[in-house]
Each structure stands twice: as C-alpha cells, then as structure tokens.
Design a protein around this ligand. Structure first.
Ligand SMILES: [Ca+2]
Ligand SMILES: [Ca+2]
Ligand SMILES: [Ca+2]
Ligand SMILES: [Ca+2]
Length: 109
C-alpha cells in the first residue's frame, strides 16, 4: 500500500493505463526510472520532466529539463552581501554633571 492521496499522475497523457506517481516507477515516462533498484537512490534527475538524456549542464544533480542551466558561469558565486558601515552616532550622554558648589553650612557662631 502506497500513500497516494492526491492521485498525482504526472504522465497520464503518455500512459495507456494511468498509473499514479506513487506506484509508477517512471513518473514521466522518459525511460529513466525515478529511483534505482534499491528504491531510494534517485536516478531520474528530473522526475516529472521528460529528459531521457539526463543532461545536467551545471552538474548540480538536477537535470536541465527541470533546472535551467545558468547563462553565465555556473560556478560564479554570488556577490557578498554588501556590508554597510553601521555608524550609529550615539549621543554623548556620559558627561559628568557639573559639580555643584557644595555649601557647607557654617554654624552660626
Ligand atoms: Ca504515471
Ligand atoms: Ca523518468
Ligand atoms: Ca525525467
Ligand atoms: Ca542542473
């Protein structure tokens, strides 16, 4: 028994007899099985997109059919997040209050 609540069937149009994705070994009918014989190792690098060639230009494990290769250098790293100099001006509040003249009471004499 395989849970298949949504009855999803990505390749219904290609199947003479519809087989839901949950129990279809090849969800997109591109002849590449979803997973290897062990049942866990992913094989089809685009499970729901026909790509019998399994082309993966940028080598990230996702086929071009579902992972458009970047136009430029795939290894191009993202620019570092601009570090803005955080200069928060703090008001000088540590000023010592002016020393008040201490009036020493002089005993009336
Ligand atoms: Ca199917
Ligand atoms: Ca497939
Ligand atoms: Ca595929
Ligand atoms: Ca890719």
């Amino acid at each position: 028994m395989v849970a298949n609540a949504d009855q999803a069937n990505g390749d219904a149009a290609d199947e003479p007899k519809p087989v839901g994705d949950a129990c279809d070994p090849d969800d997109d009918n591109d002849t590449v099985e979803d997973v290897a014989a062990d049942g866990t190792t992913p094989r089809d690098n685009c499970r729901l997109a026909k790509n019998a060639d399994q082309l993966d230009t940028d080598g990230d494990g996702q086929g071009d059919a579902c992972d458009p290769p970047p136009a430029g250098d795939p290894r191009a790293g993202e620019p570092p997040a601009g570090e803005q100099a955080a200069t928060i001006e703090q008001p000088a509040t540590s000023k010592q209050p002016p020393a008040a003249d201490q009036q020493i009471p002089v005993p009336a004499g």
